[in-house]
Each structure stands twice: as structure tokens, then as C-alpha cells.
Write a new protein. Structure first.
Length: 284
């Protein structure tokens, strides 16, 4: 497992792999398979066996159109799973937009906060992260799931994502988050259509110029299914996009991504090692 030095990011010879555990009944990617607490814990441990460096535990679906769950429900979903995985020596991140959930998760062992809103959904989040001195994933975000698709309007998506992320970084720094804690996520699929997503991936080099590690979350997202649509025009189902996800992982890792967030860990763990060898970074 990864050795963390807080607030410094871990130094690795290759891109890290973050495995996803959705403790939700309505996730777009896995249909609620891990909603049961015991199933979620077993799945997290299995992801580690497959090669995950980090296990990302979330209790609120962010699929397009999803309604928010209550604070109490989100806490009940994620804290027991995070605590159990931590006791097993797993490096766990919490996927949440709520400062109170982040605080509770850190208290039971989470080592990273993954906030898809970049602090916009809960202004208290940066202060909680600053006090906890854990790495903080700041994602590009324009609004909640129920209306984010209407916000997918850009003149130059890479330039605008870069500028909006830079503004978010400036804000979280003023709230006390150390530069060494920050990881940026361009937010594939969040207020972005398929064309936007491909342009963002092609523009990772420009986003990296901001000077922070990049986390890429392309796994099983709709733009992959649409690319791989059959002759009838119907997008390929989410669970049949894992090969395409692995291809994106290899390309993102070769482009210098710090971490990829994926559902099917094994092939993606192989892909980052291939990318490391390809770029001369070595293989662990």
C-alpha cells in the first residue's frame, strides 16, 4: 500500500490507482452492488488485492439527475465502511461534498478527502481539510447533479476548466489548505458533454501547468459508452466500458496523471505499470 506523508503527496514511480466503493443503491456504474455494509467492505478489500493503492468510499450518488441524500444517511453509509477498511490497513479516501462527513471520515481513518464540488457545495469543507492536514481532491464543478448538464456550455473547455480550477485553488488556499495537500480533478462528465470530455483529456498537459497533481476519473462514464455505441446507435452499457477505461488509464498515466479513479482495478493497475515502463518511469 501507499505510504502517505501528510500534508505531502506520496512520491511514486507510477500513477496511483484509486478503486471505487459506492455505498449507494443508485450508482450509475454498479447498480448498488455494494450498498450493503459487509459487501462494501469485502469489495474494498478485493480492490486492494487487485492492486488499488487507495479505496474511495462514497455514500451519495453524483450521477446526472441524482437527488441528494441526508447528512445522517450519508454518514451512516460511509463511516462504518471506512473504519473497517482502515482497520485492515487500507488507505481510504472519502468521496463527499459535505464537511461534516469529511470530518467524521477522517476521524475514523480516511487519509484523503475527494470533493467533487471543490468546496463549492459546502464552504466549510476547505477549513475542515486544512485542519485535518490530509490531501484534498478539488474537482471542477459547476453545480449539483440535478442541473449540471444544463451548465455544459464552453467556448474553450480546457481554458475555462483551467481558469475555474485556478480560482478554486486560490480560494481553498485562503482557507488554510496547504499547496502540498491539493490534487486537481478536471471533472470528466460533470457539466461536460462527450466532446468536452475528450478535449479535456487531450488537454491534460495544460491543466498540469497549474502545478498540482491530477486525478482522472473516466471509469465507465457515458462518453465512453457513446464512443463505443453499436450499429443501432445505442451506447454500450456502463459495465462493458472497462476495456475503454483501461485505455484511458494508460494514456492518462503516460501523460503524467498522479492517480486514476476506476471501478475495475486489475486491468487498470496493469495499465499504469505499462505506462510507467513506456515513459521510462520503471515498474514496481
Amino acid at each position: 500500500m501507499t505510504t502517505w506523508s501528510v500534508p505531502q503527496m506520496p512520491v511514486e514511480e507510477r500513477c496511483l490507482v484509486m478503486g471505487v466503493v459506492n455505498v449507494t443503491p443508485d450508482s450509475f456504474s454498479d447498480g448498488g452492488q455494494w450498498f450493503d455494509e459487509d459487501a462494501a467492505i469485502r469489495h474494498g478489500l478485493e480492490l486492494v488485492r487487485q492492486g488499488a493503492d487507495i479505496v474511495d468510499v462514497g455514500g451519495e450518488s453524483t450521477r446526472p439527475g441524482a437527488a441528494r441524500v441526508s447528512l445522517e444517511e450519508e454518514l451512516a453509509r460511509v463511516t462504518p465502511v471506512i473504519a473497517a477498511l482502515t482497520r485492515e490497513g487500507v488507505t481510504v479516501s472519502v468521496d463527499t461534498m459535505r464537511a461534516e462527513v469529511a470530518q467524521a471520515a477522517v476521524e475514523v481513518g480516511a487519509k484523503l478527502v475527494n470533493d467533487v464540488s471543490g468546496g463549492l457545495a459546502d464552504p466549510a469543507m476547505p477549513r475542515v481539510v486544512a485542519a485535518a492536514r490530509v490531501p484534498y481532491v478539488v474537482m471542477h464543478w459547476r453545480g449539483h447533479s440535478h442541473d449540471m448538464e444544463s451548465r455544459a456550455v464552453y467556448s474553450d473547455v480546457v481554458t475555462e476548466v483551467r481558469e475555474e480550477l485556478a480560482k478554486r485553488v486560490d480560494l481553498v488556499l485562503t482557507e488554510g489548505v496547504a499547496p502540498e495537500q491539493i490534487v486537481l480533478d478536471p471533472g470528466l462528465g460533470f457539466a461536460k458533454n462527450a466532446e468536452h470530455n475528450w478535449k479535456v483529456l487531450a488537454g491534460l498537459g495544460k491543466l498540469a501547468e497549474l502545478g498540482y497533481p491530477l486525478l482522472i476519473g473516466a471509469s465507465r462514464k457515458r462518453f465512453l459508452g457513446r464512443l463505443l455505441a453499436g450499429p443501432d446507435g445505442h451506447p454500450r452499457p456502463f459495465h462493458k466500458c472497462d476495456d475503454a477505461t483501461t485505455a484511458v488509464t494508460a494514456l492518462a498515466a503516460a501523460a503524467g496523471a498522479w492517480c486514476v479513479r476506476v471501478h475495475h482495478v486489475g486491468p487498470n493497475a496493469d495499465a499504469v505499470r505499462v505506462a510507467a515502463a513506456w515513459t521510462g518511469g520503471g515498474v514496481r
